[in-house]
Design a protein around this ligand. Structure first.
Ligand SMILES: Cc1cc2nc3c(=O)[nH]c(=O)nc-3n(C[C@H](O)[C@H](O)[C@H](O)COP(=O)(O)OP(=O)(O)OC[C@H]3O[C@@H](n4cnc5c(N)ncnc54)[C@H](O)[C@@H]3O)c2cc1C
Length: 491
């Protein structure tokens, strides 16, 4: 062992969540923090997930909006965006370096900006793979880091590839390839029907994929949302030529010349994919995209050194502390609560505040130290066309929880939506606790509805009574006036 260093806080994993945990744990104090990162500071979100995916979807969405109004329609007549411009915009967003290693298959990015931010916030960045080796001790190569106050596990998650005969051998694309796409396949089969599958299907069609088949195990897309959300996305994908096969999965794959050519490039020649279930059949495709869920990155973090299981999520209490280890925290995708950047960053703020309070000997008797929104008010926007946004419970989830509910719902048809285009199509619903007369959940579908969901989040977190919500007046002419239609139904 060469070096030994002490910090107040050591964070393993420098994604958005680890960065925030380190920042909030030391902000405004003389405490010290280090982030251990074995890849790129900024994590999955910055280079492989949220940012590139939204960059890939942006031009198609902008074109769709331009086409919905006379005047701009005539200037935006092409049905799809220009692929090279889309990829260039994606590269700008992810800070991708255009050097020769990209052509050898390594997707090369630049995290210098994130490192500058960390250093400016007083956080040291240590490159390498971090593993717990004992209480408050983390090993990185030949360095031993000792944490005086806390170790935070923020290692995120990795894409799961199910054990289907021939699938792993075929080197299928995962979300990292789809977001870092360099070569556009002609025919693709997508395994999955969740958020990543629906968003990726949208941008693959935008980029010119012609034969897109989705193999969806369940009977609808976006199964954790209100059914109308998945139905509208399914209609839109079908209208663009996608072949959606519900009740279907991949039974076997044969790709004789699979090659590891790097992220976003075709991983070999055509693959023969056998589908089983309601949409059974055999397909020949140029690429397979597996979007079948993610696994928390717990397997190689040294949890066994503490007698903790290294399988599945590293669970925590509402102070984000691992039970039985008051110095150990787990935030973001790795804890299995809500695999969303904003929820992980929320947990990181709570954990950072908890670490600071404990270090300063303060009681944890304030709601700022409790990650309660993880259970009741999780917002999410799906950037498909149409856009979907939701927060809190669906009607079905509320019923399963034994809550007596009232539901208001309907087409979004207000002056503000008409002004976005005469053919505007959108739908909204709210789920209300019939006993307490407060909002439990909301779902919006339609262009620009992602901006509506925060109003619902505020109403849910604030437990605003419907009688008072009636006095929150939406501006004319905005899509927010849909709130009036919904509240009218509940009076
Ligand atoms: C295609 C796609 C699109 C998405 N879009 C959105 C979106 O629009 N909005 C949204 O809210 N969420 C989105 N998500 C989810 C979002 O990406 C994750 O919730 C988020 O990245 C979690 O952040 P994290 O910091 O917990 O983990 P990560 O971002 O995965 O970061 C973990 C970091 O830890 C590092 N690491 C892991 N183990 C070690 C170790 N032992 N030593 C050192 N370093 C280690 C990794 O290299 C990585 O940098 C998307 C996900 C995907 C796959």
């Amino acid at each position: 062992m060469v070096g030994e260093t002490s910090y107040d806080v050591v964070v393993i994993g420098g994604g958005p969540v680890g960065e925030n945990a380190a920042d909030y744990a030391i902000r405004g104090s003389d405490r010290t923090a280090a982030i251990v990162e074995h890849e790129l500071l900024g994590g999955e979100c910055s280079y492989w997930a949220c940012m590139p995916s939204k960059a890939l979807l942006g031009p198609g969405n902008a074109l769709g909006e331009a086409r919905s109004l006379g005047g701009s329609r005539e200037r935006a007549s092409a049905s799809n965006p220009e692929p090279s411009g889309v990829l260039e915009w994606r590269d700008t967003v992810t800070g991708r370096l255009d050097d020769s290693s990209a052509h050898r298959g390594g997707a090369t990015h630049d995290d210098a900006g994130q490192v500058r931010w960390a250093n400016g916030a007083g956080i040291e960045v240590i490159r390498g793979h971090g593993r717990l080796v004992g209480e408050k001790q983390v090993r990185v190569g030949d360095q031993l880091l000792t944490a005086r106050e806390a170790v935070v596990i923020a290692t995120g998650s990795t894409a799961s590839v199910p054990p289907i005969p021939g699938l792993r051998e075929a080197l299928p694309w995962t979300s990292r390839d789809a977001t870092n796409i360099l070569e556009i396949p002609e025919r693709v089969v997508v395994l999955g029907g969740g958020v990543v599958a629906c968003e990726a299907a949208t941008w693959l069609l935008d980029l010119g994929v012609r034969g897109l088949v989705m193999a969806i195990r369940g009977d609808r897309l976006l199964p954790r949302m209100e059914p109308f959300a998945g139905e509208r996305v399914a209609d839109a994908l079908r209208a663009r030529g996608a072949d959606l096969r519900f009740g279907t999965t991949i039974e076997a794959v044969d790709r004789p010349d699979a090659t590891g050519s790097g992220y976003g490039r075709l991983h070999g020649g055509p693959a023969v994919v056998r589908l089983t279930g309601d949409g059974a059949g055999e397909l020949t495709v140029d690429e397979i995209l597996v979007a079948a869920g993610r696994s928390p990155a717990t397997t190689d973090v040294g949890l066994d050194a503490l007698g903790l299981t290294a399988e599945g999520p590293l669970g925590v209490d509402d102070h984000l502390t691992v039970p039985g280890h008051p110095w150990l925290y787990s935030v973001g995708d790795v804890n299995g609560r809500n695999a969303l950047t904003h929820m992980g960053k929320y947990q990181a703020r709570v954990a950072g505040d908890v670490i600071a309070a404990r270090a300063e000997g303060r009681e944890l008797d304030d709601i700022r130290y409790v990650a309660g929104s993880d259970h009741a008010a999780v917002p999410q926007v799906v950037f498909t066309r149409p856009e979907i946004s939701s927060v809190g419970l669906t009607r079905e989830q509320a019923a399963d929880a034994g809550i007596d509910v009232r539901v208001a719902e309907g087409e979004i048809s207000v002056a503000g939506s008409y002004l976005l285009g005469p053919d505007y199509s959108g739908y909204a619903s709210v789920v209300v606790d019939a006993t307490r007369d407060v909002l439990l959940g909301a779902t919006f579908v339609g262009p620009q509805t992602g901006e509506l969901v925060h109003s619902a989040t505020v109403a849910i977190v604030g437990e605003v009574p419907l009688a008072r919500l009636w006095h929150a007046v939406p501006s004319y002419p905005t899509v927010s006036e849909v709130w009036l239609r919904l509240l009218d139904q509940l009076r």
